[in-house]
Design a protein around this ligand. Structure first.
Ligand SMILES: NC(=O)c1ccc[n+]([C@@H]2O[C@H](COP(=O)([O-])OP(=O)(O)OC[C@H]3O[C@@H](n4cnc5c(N)ncnc54)[C@H](O)[C@@H]3O)[C@@H](O)[C@H]2O)c1
Length: 270
């Protein structure tokens, strides 16, 4: 897709990867609606970007998994800038509950934010994109969506679901003008990773350590740069950590061996 002059919506833009994506999109000529559940955090990020690019970004607080909020974000984009070209479904929740102790509510929130937010946004946008013959859906899943997340069943399962939904979107609409990309990073220096690393819970710390020991921790802006480059070539799988591709290949080539290796890795983190 062409980013210059495009109109984008970015969820989870109150910090981390989402805020970095907003900054890089705006720097590359896009106009952006930034949205996050945390209005205060969002306001700060939007103000910082507006200081350099006054007319290129607006913010709207709300829950990215609520259809009414997604509709309001789309309407704001259309009234401020024009039809939406890119939807970055980036907000995510990590580590809700531990192992099999996650509650029904933990599961429901993980499913809503990590998967259904994507489904609900696609339902509102894809028909228009097919009519116009263009539009791009960027899903921030995770390396955990291709591999697994030690310590978190909710995160592992819902990030796999996000990858599966992005694949399905691409297979179903890829020849009708709808581009799809799926971002699957390992460690990125954001609140999500750092709150696990400093948590009181041993399992949450182990979960974060499983990520930080497996490869380098990237800065959000480094990841955003890779996303901008991948969007320019309409690439589906965006892997900021090259190791993930190797781990994914090993998993596919010998599932049982990979599972044994993951159990050993988990033990080694104790
Ligand atoms: N940091 C990592 O190591 C890492 C690795 C792989 C994938 N990811 C994914 O990257 C994405 C961005 O996370 P991040 O690392 O920048 O962490 P982050 O905590 O800085 O950002 C996540 C944002 O999502 C927002 N959010 C949560 N629930 C929401 C909801 N219902 N509606 C709207 N906003 C909501 C939060 O308020 C927060 O600002 C997530 O999907 C995460 O799973 C992160």
């Amino acid at each position: 897709m062409k980013i210059d002059n495009s109109v984008a919506i970015v969820t989870g833009a109150g910090g981390g990867i989402g805020a970095a994506l907003c900054r890089r999109l705006v720097e590359n000529g896009a106009r952006v609606v930034a949205t996050d559940l945390d209005g205060e955090r969002l306001d700060k990020e939007v103000a910082a970007i507006r200081a350099d690019h006054p007319d290129a970004i607006v913010g709207i607080a709300g829950d990215c998994s609520a259809t009414d909020h997604i509709r309001a974000s789309i309407e704001l984009a259309e009234s401020s800038f024009g039809p939406v070209d890119l939807y970055a479904a980036n907000a995510g929740v990590g580590g809700l509950g531990e192992n099999l102790d996650s509650t029904e509510e933990d599961w429901q929130t993980s499913i809503d934010v990590n998967l259904m937010a994507h489904v609900r946004a696609a339902k509102l946008l894809v028909p228009g994109w097919i009519e116009r013959g263009s539009g791009h859906f960027l899903s921030t899943a995770s390396a955990a969506g291709l591999l697994t997340q030690i310590g978190s069943a909710t995160y592992s399962a819902t990030k796999h679901a996000a990858v599966a939904f992005a694949e399905w979107l691409s297979v179903t609409y890829g020849d009708r003008g709808v581009g799809v990309s799926c971002l699957c990073p390992m460690g990125v220096n954001t609140n999500m990773l750092n709150s696990g690393a400093t948590s009181d819970s041993e399992i949450a710390r182990k979960s974060a350590k499983a990520v930080t020991e497996a490869g380098m921790v990237l800065e959000p802006l480094e990841v955003a740069d890779m996303v901008i480059e991948a969007l320019g070539t309409d690439r589906f799988l965006i892997l900021p950590h090259p190791d993930v591709l190797e781990f994914f290949r090993r998993k596919a080539s010998d599932y049982d061996r990979w599972l044994r290796g993951m159990r050993r890795y988990q033990e080694s983190l104790a």
